[in-house]
Design a protein around this ligand. Sequence first.
Ligand code: ATP
Ligand code: MG
Length: 485
Amino acid sequence: MYPNLTGIIIALLPFAAILVILMMNSRRPSVLNPVESPKSDLPRVIPRDQHPVSRRELSDNALKVLYRLKDAGYDSYLVGGCVRDILLDKHPKDFDVATEAHPEQVHELFRNSRLIGRRFKLVHVRFGREIIEVATFRASHDSNDKSGQQSEGGMLLRDNVYGTVIDDALRRDFTVNALYYSVKDFAIHDYANGLEDLNNRTLRMIGDPEARYREDPVRMLRAVRFAAKLQFSIEPGTEEPIKRLADLLGNIPAARLFEEVLKLFLSGDAETTFELLREFELFGILFPATEHALQLFELNPKQQPDCEALLRAAFRSTDSRVRQGKSVTPAFIYAALLWHPMQRRMGALQAKGLPAVPALHQASQEIILEQIQSTTIPRRFSQPMREIWELQLRLPRRTGRRPEQTFEHPRFRAAYDFLLMREIAGEDLDGLGEWWTQYQLDHAPATTNYPQHAEREHGNDNDESRTPKRRRRRRRSKPATGNND
Ligand code: ATP
Ligand code: MG
């Protein structure tokens, strides 16, 4: 009998081993790559009397959404940039809600809501001009998951598996972006030690940085953007892989990169962001021709135009406009970014005998076509951008009726600002900027309080200095372009 029992045990051993492996697997965190498990004292719950986030600072509409979800029995939080920014005494850009309710359930609760999303489903709850984005808690994927959610290189192809609030926290990018505020207890729930990093002004990737960048290379751009915006230092482990992996950005669709470029350069910290993008060798992936022009100048500053000076002038001017709450347009930034590559190409075409105007047209066309391989440029921006360039050829013509015709052009104002920027960047244009400043003062309607030279605006289609009559005429002939369209 005993030998029999031993035999049975031996026979069962493989099955027992399989059972143990299965049990171990089911207990693994449902994240793609080994994410550090939350430290033992996590989640930390910081009660209302120990943190500065008060309901007065939150959007009333975001609170409405949170209360309705809570009343319907769903666990829900404010999360991401809004909690982070309030803790840093900054004004949040928008309010994002994370909840256990599924998108359809959220949609049912709000008549004023819409299901959206390509990569993952979200709900937008609209209150006039404000949109509160509500996302269901998501989990990442197990690295053994062969269901086609990941590419060969580790990039996430789909990211729409629902999870718990802890899963949701651990699949976020940086620890300071994984702080949750609840209206159940008005406490802040910290699942990734974000508060400590926030206090130390440190940007730290949740989990293994390299794996997280491979999952979504856009996180490299986000690291740079937040470091510039928050004036945080990037934790060494989070910083180290960026240069090595920069090329992975080439796998991201050009349309998504265009959206990221807008956030990088139109959020008020463009100049610092530009410096960091170059430092981490990300800039050349987004703007290869511009990077080439920058390097040409570095190699031969005496012979080459100072591309960097023009970009800095454009970014500085944009940053100052954003801080003053004025409108800014991607057309102007792109015109500056691609100006020197376009000029070089135009010069080469002229050297082959093409006259200036057709050379500029052809060069613009070629440079834009090359750029959209990296980041798209919607036509509503590329068209005004071409016009800003084209007007640079018309502005030097100061005789006869020419100035009047140039002044009448709907893109005059942006082109004039561009001209001033070229001068600020060191181009000698024979006093052209000053001439046009005087021209406008001489031709401005008596009632208009025209701004002084130092306060010029750029790229603004809603040009306050124009008379209502002229503005109406222009609107009919050409739709407005820019951020506010
Ligand atoms: P801001 O809106 O001020 O630019 P934000 O942190 O709110 O900053 P969003 O792009 O609005 O950034 O994203 C909201 C939140 O979603 C982030 O805080 C982060 O938690 C998460 N998130 C966004 N993009 C990613 C990403 N690519 N990978 C991981 N988490 C992300
Ligand atoms: Mg946000």
